[in-house]
Design a binder for this molecule. Structure first.
Ligand code: FAD
Length: 656
């Protein structure tokens, strides 16, 4: 083993992608490519660990651009934003500054289904994101388009397969920048192509160049690329809409901030309204009559999977004669309205009658056309739980991470959550520290990454609460209690956030003690004037138990315990929610124990599956592709038979 890690220079010379390293004056620990939602969080996350980080993006003024809808959060997605915030990420705080209309979706249901959502002012969002990142410690930002990866090939006789490490990136100008970890967050730009009707032209977003070189580098390095599609609606001139007949939706008067460290949002007293309308049978007829005029739809039938557009909804649900549309303002000083639900890729001349068939839009003036975009994505089964790439085909690439739309997801929140994990882990890799790996039980971010790396994304992956088996415990109200300490342990949480978290946690513990110790017998409760259906069994029951049984609400209890009025109302509400879910929590504990046992049976990602007895060749092939890192992950893989499970369990226990 003395000659381990020899260089093989001829390998570097013969392959375009594996070009040798040109000398550069500056070297970074982490280089993030792309200033979208994944890239912003990846850059901030890596910088938080202390790594010297560079964010490279095509244009500085599109950092934090909301490519499609001017809103953040929603059901499932809102919890992802809270999880990013709990790990000290930036998008929650930026939303609290840029939000112009806040609602808690599903508020009338249990807290497990709540979805914090905000309509944001597009310009304010970008401005606050850019200000935040430009002032972020350890982070430099440069406008540049990355053309290629620079890899260093070595041989390591201790490893069963050849491998390479990333040493930097090559820009379109020909310059190279050195970095030991690279995170690609290029969104819809990899070989992006815009579709409007039968027109198609290369672009990552409207009026922005696609990223072709990088697509080629990834393919040349052996990554499996696929094509996905998404689309955006036309923007409508506000003054051309007749809002008078439409249902108005007001923002909540006391908006709940996204960030755990904020007690309020900037524009709580300046919220704007959204309006509800629907498509009509005529809208659907126009779509049906013109499907042959959309190359996007024709392509969808043949190959690439899409993010649902109006055409897709009409085709999938022919029995429905209307679909809901929300008319959402783009910002305070914008005269544009975003019609949420009218995303399509019809020819421009068809879009006008199509939009005008919607109540309120009879005289709509379309300012920017709707369009679809098709782009390359990487098969996420080629990633580890840290979002670093693992062995692909013949070689492993060390130090290369992927986050966001490139992994087959869709949505700002999904991208931001992946960026956070990739950024923190790239920073930790530089410091040779153990990675931050979140499981399905830790949060939606864990669920999403687990789903992606085990199953890939057949169609654009978005977060739904139903994807999680632990959704009663991983709620939007408790992301900090689930994640902030984990983030602090790896060094990715600032002192300010940590001290804020500690005081919140202490207060929650204190309020819990109060609610558990304030107890009375049925007779005592009756004397206090608390009415509920109770047996006269003489048993003392605490407020916590009564909340759990649904016997009382917090509003009934608050006047009885004056001390609660001195506490942060958010902490009091959080304890009441915890009390409501306490019984589920205890039931889930057994599931969680089993889950943890399976997760602790770790599998070496370099296992040679041909040496594991009792596996069918199909299962062997699947395992060799996905390279699961635990027995738990194997259980969640598709196509695993009970016999293969037993064989692998035996193997894992023998080698553990
Ligand atoms: P992006 O936000 O796309 O950011 C990519 C960044 O990388 C950009 O800043 C770009 O300039 C930069 N970049 C690219 N290549 C290079 C390079 N070679 N060098 C340097 N920088 C580079 N999501 C939904 O949830 N619902 C929708 O309906 C929806 N519709 C969409 C419609 C359209 C037309 C588009 C474009 C996107 C839509 N999205 C939708 C997706 C949403 O915008 C993305 O999910 C989200 O922005 C992904 O974030 P990201 O960080 O991965 O990439």
């Amino acid at each position: 083993f003395t000659s381990a890690r020899r260089r093989i220079p001829h390998f570097a010379r013969t392959t375009r992608t594996y070009a040798s390293i040109a000398s550069t004056s500056t070297a970074y620990d982490v280089c993030v490519i792309g200033g979208g939602h994944a890239g912003c969080e990846a850059a901030a996350g890596a910088a938080r660990t202390g790594a010297r980080t560079l964010l490279l993006t095509q244009k500085l003024d599109t950092i934090g651009e909301l490519s499609c809808n001017p809103s953040i959060g929603g059901i499932g997605k809102g919890t992802l934003v809270r999880e990013v915030d709990a790990l000290d990420g930036v998008c929650g705080r930026v939303t609290d500054k840029a939000g112009i209309h806040f609602v808690m979706l599903n508020r009338s249901r249990g807290a497990a289904g709540w979805g914090p959502r905000a309509q944001v002012d597009r310009k304010l969002y970008k401005r606050h994101m850019q200000e935040t990142l430009h002032n972020y410690p350890n982070l430099d930002i440069r406008a540049a388009s990355v053309h290629d990866l620079v890899l260093d090939h070595t041989v390591d006789d201790t490893r069963p397969h050849p491998w390479a490490s990333v040493t930097g990136v090559r820009l379109e100008t020909g310059d190279t920048i050195r970095a030991s970890q690279v995170i690609i967050c290029t969104g819809t730009f990899l070989s992006g192509e815009i579709h409007i009707g039968m027109k198609r032209f290369p672009a990552g977003r409207m009026n922005e160049a696609p990223s072709v070189g990088l697509s080629g580098s990834l393919r040349a390095a052996g990554f499996k690329l696929g094509r996905l599609q998404t689309g955006t609606p036309a923007r409508i001139l506000k003054d051309s809409i007749d809002f008078s007949r439409l249902e108005e939706q007001l923002g909540e008067t006391e908006p709940v901030p996204f960030s755990y460290i904020n007690s309020g949002v900037d524009n709580a007293r300046k919220q704007v309204s959204c309006y509800k309308t629907t498509t009509t049978p005529l809208t659907h007829q126009i779509i049906q009559d013109n499907l042959h005029l959309s190359c996007h739809i024709q392509e969808t039938k043949k190959g690439p999977r899409y993010c649902p557009s109006l055409e897709a909804k009409v085709m999938r649900f022919p029995q429905k004669d209307h679909h809901r549309i929300w008319l959402e303002p783009e910002g305070y000083d914008s005269d544009l309205i975003y019609p949420n639900g009218l995303s399509c890729s019809m020819p421009e001349e068809v879009q006008i009658p199509l939009y005008r068939s919607v109540p309120g839009l009879e005289n709509a003036v379309l300012v920017k056309p709707a369009y679809g975009v098709e782009y390359d994505h990487v098969d996420a089964r080629e990633l580890r739980p840290t979002l670093e790439t693992k062995r692909i085909k013949a070689i492993s690439i060390k130090g290369l991470f992927l986050a966001g739309q490139i992994n087959g997801t869709t949505g700002y929140e999904e991208a931001a959550a992946q960026g956070t994990i990739a950024g923190i882990n790239a920073g930790l890799a530089v410091l040779h520290r153990p990675p931050l790996i979140l499981t399905r039980a830790d949060g939606y971010v864990g669920v999403m990454i687990d789903d992606l790396i085990l199953k890939g994304a057949e169609e654009p992956y978005r977060m739904f609460t139903t994807r999680s088996e632990y959704r009663l415990t991983i709620r939007s109200d408790n992301a900090d209690l689930r994640l902030t300490e984990k983030g602090r342990l790896v060094g990715a949480i600032s002192d300010t956030r940590w001290s804020h978290f500690l005081s919140t946690r202490n207060e929650i513990i204190y309020v819990t003690e109060i609610l558990k110790s304030f107890s009375h017998s049925p007779h005592g409760w009756r004397k206090l004037g608390v009415q509920f259906d109770m047996r006269s069994d003489g048993i003392r029951r605490s407020v916590f138990e009564l909340l759990n049984r649904g016997d009382v609400t917090l509003d009934v209890i608050k006047p009885l315990i004056p001390e609660l009025a001195t506490m942060d109302p958010r902490s009091v509400e959080r304890v009441a929610i915890d009390a409501q879910y306490n019984a589920h929590l205890r039931r889930q504990e057994a599931d969680l124990r089993l889950f943890s046992e399976d997760e602790s049976l770790v599998l070496d990602p370099n296992i040679d599956y041909s040496n594991v007895e009792g596996l069918s060749s199909e299962v062997r092939e699947r395992l060799a592709l996905i390279r699961p890192t635990s027995i738990g992950a194997v259980r969640r893989m598709e196509g695993m038979t009970p016999t293969s499970m037993v064989s692998l369990l035996r193997f894992a226990k023998r080698t553990h």
